[in-house]
Design a protein around this ligand. Sequence first.
Ligand SMILES: [Zn+2]
Length: 178
Amino acid sequence: MIIIAFFGAVVFLYNKVNNHYVDLGEDASPPMKLHPIVEKKKDKLLEKTASIGIDVVITEKWRSNERQNKLYAQGRTENGNIVTHAEGGESYHNYGLAIDYAIRNENDTIIWNISYDGNNNGEKDWFEVAEIAKDLGFEWGGDWRNFKDYPHLQMDFGLSISQLQSGLRPTNEDKKEE
Ligand SMILES: [Zn+2]
């Protein structure tokens, strides 16, 4: 716990020193669209996956708190399966820092079958997409231990949900950009 807190503090200070975020205060409204860097990386992801014969569909980008609350109700107070553990304001989607993907198969149908190998290279397309996304800097929900969120990709820019809730926002500059 202390180690995690320590690394958290280091990342926080690093970002502060390098001005990787701005503080808009806790009354700040959500961005209502994808962060420009996430947008760019999403396009790169589509490009790279298309080049190996995988037709990736982005099913979700920025998400309003209202919609997040509706999703949260699913499987709890409403019918359906639980699809999220985040309420409004608790998801990186709410800050334009996450996307969800699915795959379009040869019948033009959008599928969530993580075992599908449409490009016939002996590897599951879903995981190929995840690997490419991770190379681009995304964190993949399929790597989460407790609640696996296979379609989910996010970039937190070193900011926790509570920091985002308090008004911190990553800036638009990508220092690692080539
Ligand atoms: Zn998601």
